[in-house]
Design a protein around this ligand. Structure first.
Ligand SMILES: Cc1cc2nc3c(=O)[nH]c(=O)nc-3n(C[C@H](O)[C@H](O)[C@H](O)COP(=O)(O)OP(=O)(O)OC[C@H]3O[C@@H](n4cnc5c(N)ncnc54)[C@H](O)[C@@H]3O)c2cc1C
Length: 458
């Protein structure tokens, strides 16, 4: 039996057993077959069944619900625009981009509403997001971020600058110079959300088959070792695992993001640093980190720094890299010098997915019945909710405000074949990391990171 608990702090903390649900018993016929029981697949199934309780919907999951990124992430339920606003505006106009951003803001109250309505105990704290600045260059970037939001018509109620004292009153980080704050975000236990959603869709009449790998997705069918599922619509909700599907090898690249979780920290520490609002927080460096204060008094912190693996390979052994995860521990000591000795009880990781132009998309090809959503580049916790609602409207052939948003039916170019892909992606990852070193050395903003973003089309 696979040890699912070892794959993240969140899966480890799930109450009850993680025994897989039954596999697909044989060939089946449904109206909608969803491949993947992460947030994307489960939100899609949820909204479909809510809209039409008679619809026959099946979810096919290779492991268990929440096995992928949805059960392992940083718990940031946040609303970053899924791609480049400028690129989307060129095609769809400025107002469409603003509409998409507002629709993303709406995901946070919508998730809160469903958690309440379905009785899902996902330890959700709607505390917003803190973007800390700990160097003058980062402070400059915070000001630019606020000015950028204003230039798109988003006001103080959407994003505002905090002075050092105001920031410290929320979260006392060493060397804090201030930063930015948005209320459009919260912290959630992602495994509880994913597994709670799986239970909720089952209650609505969706069949969730676990330990059922889909070996190929074709027009109106999903093949598995246990039989073929025929469906009017097949939803590909496989995110970083997509590259393993025949025909989809170059759609996205999987990039590992690694995390650690501390033991529960003493009250004296929390008294010292505050963080009572459970805001999610990061800062303005290029090699990002993301941190959250868990319900049981731990810090979960993650970051990039892991390499891209040749041929988009995924492997459990890539989920633990001591150098990267030890650095996250050191970062906690830098941010919170008063933290004292603490044990790191969990080390884990998972892959995020990026398309060639760094844009997320959701769509349905009516001629083949193939639907998809993904390439969230590490920003999928809230965005998947919007994707699920949008897929629901597309599948039910409803023309709504959601089906007109810029990311709908967006097609990204394919990634280059290997070895170009490996060379390019790793060079870009290294450049992002070294941009921080350049800034630390010179005290000036590095152009390297924005140059890399341009090169990859983001
Ligand atoms: C370490 C880490 C930290 C992150 N932190 C954050 C964060 O703080 N905030 C944020 O917004 N986003 C974050 N993300 C990204 C976020 O978790 C994802 O964008 C989101 O969970 C994607 O959901 P999904 O359902 O599309 O994909 P997944 O959750 O990966 O689900 C895909 C599912 O499909 C199944 N599957 C794949 N292939 C097949 C197949 N062939 N047959 C059957 N089943 C299949 C997989 O087993 C998996 O369960 C993070 C990701 C990682 C890895």
């Amino acid at each position: 039996m696979t040890d699912y608990r070892s794959r993240s702090l969140w899966l480890d903390g799930m109450p009850g057993e993680l025994d897989p649900r039954p596999r697909l018993p044989g060939a089946a016929d449904v109206v909608v077959a969803v491949v993947g029981a992460g947030f994307t697949g489960l939100w899609t199934a949820y909204y479909l069944k809510k809209a039409d309780p008679h619809l026959r919907v099946a979810v096919l999951e290779q492991e268990i619900a929440g096995f992928g990124a949805s059960g392992r992430n940083g718990g940031w339920c946040h609303t970053t625009f899924p791609g480049s606003r400028e690129a989307a505006a060129k095609v769809h106009g400025r107002q469409a981009v603003i509409d998409q951003q507002r629709a993303l803001f709406d995901t946070v109250p919508e998730i809160a509403r469903v958690l309440e309505a379905e009785g899902i105990q996902a330890r959700f704290h709607w505390g917003g997001q803190l973007d800390l600045a700990t160097t003058p260059v980062q402070l400059l970037r915070a000001r630019e971020a606020a000015a950028y939001e204003r230039s798109w018509g988003f006001g103080e109620q959407d994003y505002r600058l905090l002075g050092a004292a105001e920031m410290r009153a929320r979260l006392d980080v060493a060397g804090c110079l201030g930063g930015g704050y948005t209320p459009h975000g919260g912290a959630v236990d992602p495994a509880r959300l994913a597994r709670g959603l799986a239970d909720a869709v089952e209650r609505l009449g969706v069949t969730v088959y676990e330990r059922t790998p889909v070996t190929a997705i074709e027009a109106r069918r999903a093949d598995t070792p246990f039989g073929t599922v025929r469906a009017d619509v097949v939803v590909r909700a496989t995110e970083a695992f997509t590259a393993a599907l025949p025909g989809y090898e170059r759609h996205v690249v999987p990039i590992y993001s690694l995390m650690i979780g501390t033991e529960p920290l003493p009250d004296s520490f929390w008294d010292q640093i505050g963080w009572a609002g459970h805001e999610v927080f990061g800062d303005f460096r290029h090699l990002i980190f993301y941190a959250m204060h868990t319900d049981d008094g731990r810090i979960a912190i993650g970051g990039r720094g892991a390499p891209y693996h040749f041929n988009s390979r995924l492997d459990e052994s890539y989920e633990r890299i001591p150098a990267v995860q030890d650095r996250l521990g050191e970062l906690l000591r830098e941010l919170f010098p008063g933290i004292g000795d603490f044990a790191v009880t969990h080390r884990w990781g998972g892959a995020i997915a990026a398309s060639r132009d760094w844009a997320t998309s959701v769509g349905l090809d009516k001629s083949t019945g193939l639907a998809w959503a993904g390439a969230y580049v590490g920003d999928g916790v809230a965005t998947t909710n919007l994707a699920g609602r949008t897929l629901c409207d597309l599948i039910l052939d409803r023309q709504t405000a959601l089906t007109g948003l810029p990311w709908v039916n967006h097609r990204s170019k394919l990634w280059e074949p290997e070895p170009l892909r490996w060379i390019g992606v790793n060079a870009a990852l290294r450049a992002m990391a070294s941009a921080d070193d350049v800034e630390a050395r010179t005290g000036r903003p590095s152009k390297r990171a924005s140059y890399v973003k341009k090169l990859i089309g983001g």
